[in-house]
Ligand binder design. Sequence first.
Ligand code: SF4
Length: 299
Amino acid sequence: MTVHLSNIGFHRLRVCSMGRGPATRPPGTLEGGMMADFDLSINIEFLFPFINAVARNAQLFDNPPHIRFSFEHTLCVLYPDRGLASPFDDKEDAGAFMVRFIAYLNDIYHRQESIEPRHKCFSHTATTQILKLLPQTNCNECGFNTCMAFAAMLGRQQTIPGRCPHISRPLQEKAVFPVHDDNGKLLSTISLDIDNTENMDALESARNYIRNLEKKIEALSLVKSELQQEANQELPSPLSRREVQVLQMLALGSTNMEIAHALHISPHTVKSHINNIFNKLAVNSRTQASVWATQNHFI
Ligand code: SF4
């Protein structure tokens, strides 16, 4: 269903610094730096499934309706008529970003007819709950150093359960169905449990296919690892192994607290590693460090 309204704009942009600790930050935003809080000129809930289809790392939630995604390595959270984005170095940085961000939303808005909407919704599951599904042996077979790191990334839908060979098979699958009003506008979604017993063979075959793909990815990872080492050695002062781990988690959007939990170090030590990383990379923000990590194949 395509909705034609006037273009999307924003007003009442407020840029404020974010407090430390999850209790002082809106859900989903990152620690440190500045956060942009803005009102949208129209209600864009109808656009969420289209954003969900094309935006990087998109996660759609239905209660309350909002969508999280990355744009230019910045975490964006959109509600029907307002939004949040973080982190920024200063007000100027946030203002320039907003111009590009609104242009991006308008581009999706105008391309609706050529985008297949994605209605898949997520419910947030706490990392500690996901951890209960894992044997907590920290065996590293999933590619994450700890089960906690894997659980944190799984909770953010940034990895898939199948990467841990020790996790149990799902008992049931959920299907999300759209509920429309008389004009075809999306009102909400309803999730139904589906008995997938008959699909287990197909699931197993898909898992084998994924395992084969993972072998190929492993071969590519060796190449990636060489590129990483090359880039690191070219720095005036190369990153230590621990700094590389911190950089990778930082680039994936983890907060200092999450990095500290995953690597079993204190938040103070994480902060000190991040300062060293900034100095060695000659950058002064998490965004710039993330861009460097991406460009040099660290994530
Ligand atoms: S493969 Fe599973 S058990 Fe091993 S570290 Fe990863 S999540 Fe933990």
